[in-house]
Design a binder for this molecule. Sequence first.
Ligand code: NAD
Length: 255
Amino acid sequence: MGLLEGKKLLVTGVLTDSSIAFHVARLAQQEGAEVILTSFGRQFRLTQAIAKRLPAPAPVIELDVTNNEDLAALEGRVREHTDHLDGVVHSIGFAPQSVMGGNFLSGEWADVSTALEVSAFSLKSLAVAARPLLSSGGSIVGLTFDASFAWPVYDWMGVAKAAFESTSRYLARDLGPSGIRVNLVSAGPIRTTAAKSIPGFEKMEGGWPERAPLGWDMTDPEPTARAVAALLSDWFPATTGEIVHVDGGVHAMGM
Ligand SMILES: NC(=O)c1ccc[n+]([C@@H]2O[C@H](COP(=O)([O-])OP(=O)(O)OC[C@H]3O[C@@H](n4cnc5c(N)ncnc54)[C@H](O)[C@@H]3O)[C@@H](O)[C@H]2O)c1
C-alpha cells in the first residue's frame, strides 16, 4: 500500500517539470493519491501540457491566489472532481525583480506588497478557501526558504518567507482544533523557474553542496518532494506548525 493511498490532494504551483510541485504530484500519484492541480492565466495551458507527463491524469483548475473570485470558486471547482480533500500543497512564490537581487534598500511598498500577498498571505487565502473540503486528519504543506537569515540577493522575498513561516504557525493554531495540520518544508536551493528569476541566484546557491554535511544537488527536487509527501501522509499525526529542513543539513551548521 502506498504512503498516500486513497488520498485526494490539491497541488498548486506546477509550472514546468522542474517545479517542486510537479515532483510532489508525481510522487503522490505513485504513492496512491489522486491529484488535482491548479494554475492561472497564461500559465494554465502550460500546466495542462506538463500534467500529461505525470504518471496518471490530473485535472487542472483555475486559481490565482490573489484573485478573490478564484478563491471563492475554489470549493466548487474542486467538487467537480472530488467531494473532499485530504491535503493541500502551497507551492507558490513570486516577487517583482525590483525587490530582489540586491535591491533591498530601494524596494518600494507597491512591489513589496505584491511579494507579501502572493508569497505569504496566500497561504491563509488558500487554507481558508480549501477549508470546507478538509476535515480532521487533513494536511496543508507549504515550501519555504529558511527565513531565519538574511541571504544574498533574496531581499524582500526573504521577508515574505518570514511572513509565510509565521502565517503557517498561526494557521496551525487556528486549524489545529479542527484536526487540520499545517507544516512547511524548508528546501535548499533548487534550479526552478522561480529560482532562476531571482537576479544573482547563484550567490544563494554558492557553497551549498560544500556546506551541507549530506551534500546537496541543486538539480534534484526529489528529496524536497518526498518530505512534502511525508507531511501529507498519516505518519506525522501530531505535528503542526513545524518546519522540516530538507537542505542537506546546512541549517544546522556554523560557519
Ligand atoms: N527553488 C528553490 O530553490 C526553492 C527553495 C525553497 C523554497 N522554494 C519555494 O518553493 C515554492 C515553489 O517554487 P519552485 O521553486 O518550484 O518554482 P516554480 O516557478 O516552478 O513554482 C512557482 C509557482 O508559483 C506559482 N504562482 C505564482 N504566482 C501565483 C499566483 N498569484 N497564484 C497561483 N500561483 C502562483 C507559479 O504559477 C508557479 O507554478 C515557492 O514557494 C518557492 O519559494 C523554492
